[in-house]
Design a protein around this ligand. Structure first.
Ligand SMILES: Cc1cc2nc3c(=O)[nH]c(=O)nc-3n(C[C@H](O)[C@H](O)[C@H](O)COP(=O)(O)O)c2cc1C
Length: 444
């Protein structure tokens, strides 16, 4: 499929007062939910439209959204209350795309939540917002108040007989609370310890009731699909990964920022055209395509399509499409030391493979980088990662640490070996004097 140049996700954010109800209304806001309520569109029809669109979750795993919605039990057979949990925790390193939507276009999310709740027949939605996102929280809070005052949230929405409440909750800075079951535990007021699956959230979610967990950007796509149709959505992106995606580009590029692009666009176009190329006229060395949980790829993979299959075939993952770029002066071992430290810090400690494994990954990457590593450490890291994942722990945090570890061993083994044989980092960095970007250089 030819990627279209059309954008829709970020079209409204440049408008003055884009976060207000008036501005959202002016640009066709709440038309989709009002139409659904007025015409009493069957629940299944909304889900079918989402299935036909091929929309896949934007929270990292890429699971088909319509299919996920269809897992909610039939209320005729299972009359328990049901909920939508909105994942606005955005804590995957490098990822900063939900943030723009929350801050600049919160009504777009609210409408997406309403349509989703209507489709899964939920009576309430809980938005779990990353604790550090203060402005985002405040803007969304104000937008919710406006929508409630306008009769768009709460009892008898838009004059219909349908009622739906939306509540907000602030996270407290734990990565694990972005994992869907950790998020639900946290919403229930407990420690964010992920739950074993099964049972899956559609059967046993918030307070033991049927629940769907969806990411902000995923839900943000929903009103567009309902307004313009599944066929329109499929004119963008690829057959298996349709639509546009928000790609946050960071690291050693001239113009870091969040860009809206069709899925399937080549990484080269993203780096060279959108982000203005590798900074300071340097060469590309490596990139994480979708956050720190995705495998680090070498510069030779620059033509890989930014979509689920393309990244998988290249030995990595699309993840959250948070593209992190390393230039030729960067050390991949140092990069992985930083990444491993993060997972060590964020492991909740429930599973020994993760608790011990992340700690050992960090120690070994650190000693390699500090010149105290051994040649055997390279294989040791790989086998440690094999002991942690896949499917060996309650949640995928262990996988998130294991995947980039396998990738560095596969793609940058020579550089790792050099650390061990030289007894120092071959790039001899003084990491205390990291290169800084001038404030004026920072892009969108
Ligand atoms: C350790 C961990 C952290 C996660 N953090 C987030 C997050 O911050 N935001 C998010 O949307 N999904 C996150 N996820 C994925 C969620 O578990 C879940 O798949 C997602 O919210 C589903 O939404 P989607 O289907 O719309 O993508 C995380 C997963 C893991 C294993």
């Amino acid at each position: 499929m030819i990627p279209a140049n059309e954008t829709y996700l970020l079209n409204r954010v440049q408008n003055k007062g884009s976060e207000t109800l008036a501005s959202y209304r002016e640009h066709g806001g709440y038309v989709a939910i009002e139409k659904i309520l007025k015409e009493n569109t069957p629940f299944d029809q909304v889900i079918e439209e989402l299935k036909d669109s091929g929309l896949r979750g934007r929270g990292g795993a890429g699971f088909p959204t319509g299919l996920k919605f269809s897992f909610m039990p039939d209320p005729e057979k299972d009359p328990r209350p049901r909920y939508l949990a909105v994942n606005a925790d955005e804590s995957e390193p490098g990822t900063c795309k939900d943030r723009i939507l929350l801050r600049e276009d919160p009504h777009g999310l609210i409408e997406g939540i309403l349509i989703a709740c209507r489709a899964i027949r939920a009576e309430a939605a809980y938005i779990y917002v990353r604790g550090e996102y203060r402005k985002e929280y405040n803007n969304l809070f104000a937008a919710l108040a406006e929508a409630r005052a306008a009769g768009l949230v709460g009892k008898n929405i838009a004059g219909s007989d349908w009622s739906c409440e939306i509540w907000m909750h602030k996270g407290a800075g734990a990565y694990i609370c972005g994992e869907e079951t950790g998020l639900m535990e946290s919403l229930e007021g407990k420690r964010g310890h992920p739950r074993p699956k099964p049972p899956f959230p559609a059967g046993f979610g918030l307070w033991g009731q049927p629940t769907t967990v969806s990411n902000v950007e995923t839900l943000f796509n929903v009103p567009f699909i309902l307004n313009r149709g599944a066929r329109w959505f499929r004119t963008m992106g690829t057959e298996k990964s349709p639509g546009n995606i928000l790609c946050g580009i960071s690291g050693h590029v001239e113009r870091p920022g969040v860009y809206e692009v069709p899925l399937g666009i080549s990484t080269r176009t993203l780096i060279e055209e959108y982000a203005g190329g590798v900074w300071k006229g340097r060469k590309l060395k490596a990139f994480f395509p979708g956050g720190s949980s995705t495998g680090l790829l070498p510069a030779s993979a620059i033509d890989t399509p930014m979509d689920h299959d393309g990244m998988k075939d290249a030995g990595s993952m699309l993840g959250t499409a948070a593209l992190m770029v390393l230039d030729e002066t960067a050390c991949t071992v140092r990069a992985m030391e930083v990444v491993a430290r993060f997972y060590d810090h964020e492991s909740c400690g429930q599973c020994s493979q993760c608790r011990e494994g992340t700690q050992w990954l960090y120690q070994i990457f650190r000693r390699l980088e500090n010149g105290q590593g051994r040649v055997e450490d390279v294989e040791l890291l790989d086998s440690l990662a094999h002991g942690m994942a896949p499917g060996k722990t309650i949640c995928a945090l262990a996988d998130a640490a294991a995947i980039p570890t396998h990738a560095i061993v596969k793609n940058f083994k020579d550089e790792m070996m050099e650390h061990a044989t030289l007894g120092r980092c071959p790039l001899s960095h003084d990491h205390s004097t990291k290169e800084k970007r001038e404030p004026a250089e920072a892009g969108a």
